[in-house]
Design a binder for this molecule. Structure first.
Ligand code: 13P
Length: 253
């Protein structure tokens, strides 16, 4: 049985003070949640405040990006050790917004994945096709390239600490959700790819989240599918009540 994992990707929202308030509201309801792994991923500037707010609870903190080098002349960048220093346990890598706007490639995702694991962070590696790619029947080839490129060179032991997020780009922030069947099909395909990169028991242990307009109204049905092991939540994670309801749906799934 894979433990469900619900992560809130706050993107470029919430100051430190606002993030602290949101984290406190989530903590009031979910402080003792043990059936589901709950992760909050604020902007860099709010990580410290959120870490302090959730300390002593079951809620974990993650970042939204990092650099692959340990230190050096990389103006504006943040290392894995800096994130660990602020009690981060997770880091989102290769989000489609980073691929689309900031030149993130499978090669950089791969370097970051190795660096995150080496530093003891669990990477949440994002993959997903655009609408154009879906309509051109390229889902399998696009996802295969992203998975094989982003996760190249990992050992089976390392795979166990990786989380994959399947986020169809056309479903992000659009209100359009993949149907549970569409998502399940891609999740099963991803698990098959993971088995080829490692082995079947390892692939069966890796958690694959769905992301893209997940909200309280559709979470339960998505999370009922056999290969959907959680959610990476954007908009709905900015509202404490919505996020809490999604976590509760995961606990009941
Ligand atoms: P929305 O939930 O706002 O569609 O965003 C999904 C996402 O990109 C999470 O990383």
């Amino acid at each position: 049985m894979r433990k469900k994992i619900i992560a809130g990707n706050w993107k470029m929202n919430k100051t430190a003070g606002e993030g602290e308030a949101l984290a406190n509201a989530v903590k009031r309801e979910l402080s003792a949640e043990t059936k589901v792994d709950v992760v909050l991923c604020p902007a860099f500037t709010a990580i410290s405040a959120v870490s302090q707010a959730v300390s002593g609870s079951q809620i974990a903190v993650g970042a939204q990006n990092m650099h692959w080098e340990a230190d050096g002349a990389y103006t504006g960048e943040i290392s894995a050790a800096m994130l660990r220093d602020l009690y981060c346990r997770y880091v989102i890598l290769g989000h489609s917004e980073r691929r689309q706007y900031f030149g993130e490639t499978d090669e950089s995702v791969n370097k970051k994945t190795h660096a995150a694991l080496a530093a003891g962070l669990k990477p949440i590696v994002c993959v997903g096709e655009t609408l154009e790619e879906r309509e051109a029947d390229q889902i399998e080839s696009v996802i295969t390239t992203q998975i094989n490129g982003g996760l190249a060179g990992l050992t089976s032991a390392q795979f166990k600490n990786v989380i994959i997020a399947y986020e169809p780009v056309w479903a992000i922030g659009t209100g359009k959700t993949a149907t549970p069947e569409q998502a399940q099909d891609v999740h099963a395909m991803i698990r098959g790819l993971l088995a080829k990169l490692s082995d079947k028991p390892t692939a069966d242990s890796v958690r694959i989240q769905y992301g893209g307009s997940m909200k309280p109204g559709n979470a339960a049905e998505l999370l009922s599918k056999p290969d959907i092991d959680g959610g990476l939540i954007g908009g709905a994670a900015l509202d404490a009540q919505s996020f809490i309801e999604i976590v509760k749906a995961a606990a009941d799934a």
